[in-house]
Design a protein around this ligand. Structure first.
Ligand SMILES: NC(=O)c1ccc[n+]([C@@H]2O[C@H](COP(=O)([O-])OP(=O)(O)OC[C@H]3O[C@@H](n4cnc5c(N)ncnc54)[C@H](OP(=O)(O)O)[C@@H]3O)[C@@H](O)[C@H]2O)c1
Length: 221
């Protein structure tokens, strides 16, 4: 059994928290480092939590040899309040983490994107997700895994009306999501986290893109 060191950003979010719990439980990882902006209240012998200011990110904040880097960072336009701030959180922070960890020898970078990611899109959200994908693909990791989940399900501390309404509609009409529509079916945050963990163990060379139905398959089996 190889024992690796993981770094997670976004570990306090819906997907990130599930991922953190999985990595702490699994013997594949001897150490899990999280970069957070406030303490998460999780204590574990393998966990090193670093409270940082993401605007001051630099390589001195990552003073461990890292193998696998996971980014579940992101926000909503409602929380960010401007496109500029949202782009900083959804693109600049993960990209900065990717560059810093690549420079110190990390082997793989895995991150959550979105099904509509496309840097040429006229829709801001899709465009920034595509921008991050394009930029990370240019880096020199042994392995890059991009996860494009559909609507995320799971327990959130904050209430998101739009997502809650969509969640109710998805549950009521879940029988419709078969065949080509499987990709649009809502997915549990835990399933995405489990798929990220499993993909990290495969460590395929190059870029792998997981659409939502593939995440469901990998994360539930
Ligand atoms: N919601 C959906 O249905 C959906 C669908 C497809 C893809 N996605 C994407 O999937 C990813 C994960 O989604 P999620 O729902 O798990 O996210 P989430 O619950 O909103 O968590 C976001 C994470 O980003 C961190 N973050 C936000 N603003 C930050 C800032 N200014 N500085 C540092 N950290 C910050 C949060 O930390 P704090 O706890 O400190 O705020 C949290 O750890 C996101 O990129 C999202 O865009 C979401």
């Amino acid at each position: 059994m190889t024992t690796k060191t993981a770094l997670i950003v976004g570990a306090t979010g819906l997907v990130g928290r599930e991922l953190l719990i999985i990595l702490l439980q699994r013997s594949e990882y001897k150490k899990v480092i999280t970069l957070v902006r406030k303490p998460q209240g999780i204590y574990h012998e393998k966990l090193v939590e670093k409270v940082i200011d993401f605007d001051q990110l630099d390589e001195n904040m990552i003073d461990y040899q890292i193998d696998d880097v996971f980014s579940c960072l992101g926000t909503t336009i409602k929380k960010a309040k401007s496109q500029e701030v949202m782009r900083k959180i959804d693109v600049m922070y993960p990209l900065m983490i990717a560059k810093l960890t690549q420079n110190i020898g990390a082997k793989q970078f895995l991150f959550v994107s979105a099904p509509t990611a496309n840097s040429s899109s006229r829709i801001f959200y899709s465009r920034i997700k595509g921008e991050l994908e394009d930029e990370v693909k240019k880096l020199d990791f042994h392995s890059v895994s991009i996860f494009r989940p559909s609507l995320l399900l799971g327990k959130r501390e904050e209430f998101r009306l739009g997502e809650k309404t969509a969640e109710l509609l998805y549950s009521a009409f879940s029988f419709l999501f078969i065949g080509p529509l499987k990709r649009a079916k809502a997915i549990q945050g835990h399933t995405v986290a489990n798929a990220m963990f499993k993909s990290a163990q495969l460590a395929h060379n190059g870029v792998s893109i997981y659409e939502s139905d593939q995440i469901e398959q990998l994360g539930t089996n």
